[in-house]
Structure formats: structure tokens, C-alpha cells
Design a protein around this ligand. Structure first.
Ligand SMILES: [Zn+2]
Ligand SMILES: [Zn+2]
Length: 297
């Protein structure tokens, strides 16, 4: 038990020191300043080359989404995720140990060239995320959490990281075992993380970019705005689930871009009654779950 308490203590204070250093000492290997720099860069593009010219520079929910960005990228890790995940990994390894499994690594990638490792991690992780994202739309209990992301009404770069913290737990949990099996564990390759953050910012930006023929490989603002469209063809609970790569949607038939969708209404049915503030959006899924249970009883 003491071991787990130590892990929580070290995770919490270790991360606090890490965050403090990140903010105080800008460098090229620094998530905080990369996120800040990328955000300013994409925001400037939105200001100078807007797709929807009538959208305000400080669009609806700009500051709320900015807070989500900081919260999900840093604070949630500081408050809980770092400790939870370290304990979960230790428990998982202890469980494997008690079953006589010393190592779940199925493929040793360490001897491979670094760029191949990058590419493999990126493609495997992105495909898993595509599947998780589909599940977030398909299963009502998960959709309650994902509604936060879909409650954005005016798209801009900061909407990228507007999501419920439970999504971090769901995505990372589902990804952990397959990535550990190819020897990646919980580590993130810095360059992959920065690249996916940049594409994610651009997907939500008020910019008309499609990357030409590369649109069949990379997700883009025109494709992703349809993911947020309020009105979809009957019977579909989602389209264009891609995060960084669009290729999965083309391969599995979930791509849908009927037109550019520049002024398409965004959101979901009944969002008028969806909470408008961070705190109420955070507790909302837990309430609806309770309400549904009460109804079904
Ligand atoms: Zn979605
Ligand atoms: Zn989105």
C-alpha cells in the first residue's frame, strides 16, 4: 500500500515541479510554450485569413475553450491523471507479475530506426483513437461525456481541447495495452504530440485549408466541421471521426463532406439545455447518468 501512496505523492509533486519548470523556462522541448506558440500562430492565421469573415476574433466561448485547453493539457494531469495512471500501470504490472507474466512486450521496437518508431506509434495510436472516438458517439453513456466537445457553436482553434477530462482517461486506458505490447508504455514522443496538437488546432480553426490531395491522409477544417454538424443524414450518429488522420474514415466509409459546410449549424439536438459553464459541463454526464437510472427504475 505504501508503494502506491509513494507513487501518488511522487506523481503529484513531480508533476508540479515539472509544470513550474515548463512555464518558467521556455525551450524548444517544452510542451507549455509549444502549446502557447501554436495557439497564437493558428489564432493569427484565423485573424488574417478567416474562412467565416463574420466570425468574431474572440468568438463565442473563446475564453471557456482557452481554459479547457490549459486544463486538459496541464491541470488535469497535475490534479489527477498523472497519479491515477502511474498507480494503474503499477497495479497492472503487479497483476501481470502475480499471473507469472514478466513482460507484455510482443514486438521489440527499440532496435528499429527512430523515425520508424515515431511512425508506428503515431499510426497505431491514431487508429485506436479513431475507434475510441466512434465509440464515444455510438454508446449513449460515453456520448454524455463527449457532448462537451460537441457543444461548441462557433469553431476556432481552441475548441480542439474543449472536452471532458473523462475522455483523457478513456482514450489513454484503451491505448495503453496495445502500445505497451509494442514497447511504448506511457511515454509520448514529443514530436508526435506536437504534430498531432498542431493538426488538431488546425482542424478546429476558422481556416479554409484542405491540404490538396493530402486531404485523404490528414484531417482538415472542412472535413472536421462536418463532424461537428448539428444535422446529419438520418440514422447516423456521427461522421468523420478522424483525429489527425482522415484515412480511416475513407477506408471504413465514414467520410462525409457533402459541401464545404462553411456556415453549417454546429452542435447537437437539444443543446439549448446543455450547461454553459466549465463546472456544470463537468458534472453534467454524472447527473444524466443518475437521471437515466432513476427513469429506468
Ligand atoms: Zn466527436
Ligand atoms: Zn472536434
Amino acid at each position: 500500500m505504501q508503494k502506491y501512496i509513494d507513487i501518488i505523492y511522487n506523481a503529484y509533486f513531480g508533476y508540479f515541479d515539472y509544470l513550474k519548470n515548463e512555464i518558467l523556462y521556455p525551450s524548444f522541448l517544452n510542451y507549455f510554450w509549444w502549446l502557447f506558440g501554436l495557439s497564437v500562430f493558428v489564432w493569427l492565421l484565423e485573424i488574417f485569413f478567416p474562412w467565416r469573415e463574420n466570425q468574431s476574433i474572440l468568438r463565442k466561448d473563446f475564453w471557456l475553450d482557452g481554459f479547457y485547453m490549459f486544463f486538459n493539457f496541464f491541470l488535469f494531469s497535475l490534479i489527477a491523471y498523472n497519479a491515477i495512471s502511474n498507480v494503474a500501470v503499477e497495479l497492472f504490472n503487479d497483476l501481470l507479475g502475480s499471473l507469472g507474466v514478466e513482460n507484455i512486450v510482443a514486438i521489440q521496437v527499440e532496435s528499429w530506426p527512430t523515425w520508424v518508431q515515431f511512425l508506428l506509434l503515431f499510426v497505431v495510436a491514431d487508429f485506436m483513437q479513431w475507434n475510441v472516438h466512434r465509440a464515444l458517439h455510438k454508446y449513449p453513456a460515453l456520448w454524455e461525456f463527449h457532448k462537451v466537445h460537441h457543444s461548441v457553436e462557433e469553431m476556432g482553434f481552441a475548441a480542439h481541447l474543449r472536452f471532458h477530462w473523462m475522455e483523457t482517461i478513456i482514450y489513454k486506458t484503451v491505448q495503453y495495452i496495445p502500445l505497451a505490447m509494442i514497447g511504448f508504455g506511457l511515454i509520448d514522443f514529443f514530436i508526435v504530440h506536437i504534430f498531432t496538437t498542431a493538426i488538431g488546432h488546425l482542424n478546429h480553426a476558422n481556416l479554409r485549408i484542405t491540404y490538396g490531395p493530402l486531404k485523404f491522409v490528414f484531417n482538415n477544417p472542412v472535413m472536421h466541421i462536418w463532424h461537428h454538424a448539428k444535422h446529419l443524414p438520418k440514422g447516423l450518429n456521427g461522421v468523420n471521426y478522424g483525429l489527425t488522420l482522415s484515412v480511416w474514415d475513407y477506408l471504413f466509409g465514414t467520410a462525409y463532406i457533402p459541401n464545404e459546410g462553411k456556415n453549417e449549424a454546429l452542435g447537437f439536438e437539444g443543446m439549448e439545455s446543455f450547461p454553459k459553464t466549465f463546472w456544470y459541463q463537468t458534472i453534467y454526464p454524472f447527473h444524466t447518468k443518475k437521471n437515466n437510472e432513476n427513469i429506468s427504475q
